[in-house]
Write a protein that binds this ligand. Structure first.
Ligand SMILES: [Zn+2]
Ligand SMILES: [Zn+2]
Length: 189
C-alpha cells in the first residue's frame, strides 16, 4: 500500500520538470540578466553551457578544457587562445635583441627555404661601428645583400649593416636592381 501511494506522489514531480524544459526556464529573480542568458540556454537543447570567466559569455561546454569542464572558473577556447598569444608576445619581448633577431630570421629563412646559420646581430653592427654600408648613416638594421626571397641565406657572410631608410628602400631588390633606381647618384636621401 505504501508503494502504491508513492507512485502517484512522484508522477506530478516528473511532469513538472518536463514542463519546465518545454516552456523554457522560469522567470529569474535577476530580471534583465535572465533575458540575456535565456535565449542562449534554450537554443542549445541538450548542450550544457558554461560561462567563461574571462569574457563572461555563455558557451558550449565543448569550448572548455574537458578535464576542467565542470569548474565554473575556466576560460573558453577563444580566451585561452588569446591569453596564450599574449604570453608568447610577452616572452618574445623579454628576449635579448640578438635572440629576437635570430628567431625572426630563422623563421623567415625556413619560410623561404634558405640556409640559416646563427650569428650575432650586435657583433656585426659593432664591427661596422653602426655605420650603414650604403650611405654611411646610423645603421639600425642588418640587410641581406642577396635577399632571402632571391635565395640569399641568413648567414653572416650575406649580412651588412644598413640604416632603416636604405634597408627599406632596397627591400627585396638585388644590389644592382636597387642601384638602378637612383643611377650614378648616391641613394636619394
Ligand atoms: Zn571567453
Ligand atoms: Zn643608409
Amino acid at each position: 500500500m505504501g508503494g502504491g501511494r508513492a507512485c502517484p506522489a512522484r508522477a506530478p514531480r516528473r511532469s513538472a520538470v518536463t514542463n519546465h524544459h518545454r516552456q523554457g526556464p522560469k522567470p529569474s529573480r535577476f530580471g534583465a540578466l535572465s533575458a540575456f542568458t535565456a535565449p542562449g540556454r534554450s537554443g542549445e537543447i541538450g548542450q550544457s553551457l558554461k560561462t567563461c570567466r574571462l569574457c563572461g559569455r555563455d558557451k558550449p561546454a565543448s569550448d572548455f578544457l574537458a578535464g576542467k569542464a565542470k569548474r565554473p572558473s575556466s576560460a573558453c577556447a577563444q580566451c585561452r587562445g588569446a591569453r596564450a598569444a599574449q604570453h608568447r608576445r610577452r616572452y618574445f619581448a623579454s628576449l635579448s635583441p640578438d635572440e629576437r633577431h635570430t628567431r625572426t630570421q630563422r623563421k623567415r629563412a625556413a619560410d623561404y627555404g634558405v640556409a640559416h646559420v646563427p650569428y650575432s646581430r650586435t657583433e656585426v653592427l659593432a664591427r661596422w661601428s653602426h655605420s650603414c654600408c650604403y650611405c654611411g648613416g646610423w645603421a639600425t638594421h642588418l640587410d641581406h645583400v642577396i635577399p632571402l626571397s632571391r635565395g640569399g641565406a641568413d648567414v653572416e657572410s650575406n649580412m651588412v649593416p644598413a640604416c632603416e631608410r636604405c634597408n627599406l628602400s632596397k627591400g627585396a631588390k638585388s644590389l644592382a636592381e636597387w642601384a638602378a633606381t637612383f643611377g650614378p647618384e648616391p641613394p636619394p636621401f
